[in-house]
Design a protein around this ligand. Structure first.
Ligand SMILES: [Zn+2]
Length: 146
């Protein structure tokens, strides 16, 4: 699980927030004021060991980008996936899984090629996109599950 550093606008303290908590209105550890993660939000980086409990335990729908670091189409869609993460913060959790280092989850969901985007609700796959979608298609799917 990755984390991000958010600077408190009230007291300037840097706070380390786990990526899976960024949508939960995090508060500054020093002064207790809420910190807006909006423009800093990043996709949650999942691994085999935490994947199942994460998607099953999430109260929000989750979109997972199954990618590989050496895949060109994966790199091509990464910028708009990153901006949609900020836009859909609090509505849909956007996550990613590196299939090259997490073969277990990829096998479990029968991922045959990357990128593959899986959409989860209550731990179950409710939709998917195989291959790199245009941004408009991804936005449509996110709107449909949010
Ligand atoms: Zn503060």
């Amino acid at each position: 699980m990755n984390s991000l550093i958010l600077t408190c606008q009230s007291c300037n303290t840097k706070n380390r927030i786990p990526a899976d908590k960024q949508h939960l209105s995090p508060k500054c550890g020093k002064c207790g004021k809420p910190i807006d993660a909006g423009t800093s939000a990043v996709p949650v980086e999942l691994t085999d060991s935490e994947f199942q409990s994460f998607v099953a335990g999430s109260s929000l729908p989750v979109m997972v980008d199954f990618y590989s670091p050496t895949c060109g189409p994966c790199k091509a869609i990464a910028p708009f996936i990153s901006s949609l993460t900020k836009e859909y913060l609090g509505k849909v959790i956007i996550a990613k899984l590196d299939t090259s280092t997490n073969p277990g989850t990829s096998m479990h969901y029968k991922i045959r090629g990357v990128p593959s985007l899986l959409f989860f609700k209550n731990g179950h796959v409710v939709d998917q996109i195989v291959g790199a979608p245009p941004e408009s298609q991804l936005r449509q799917k996110l709107d449909a599950i949010k």
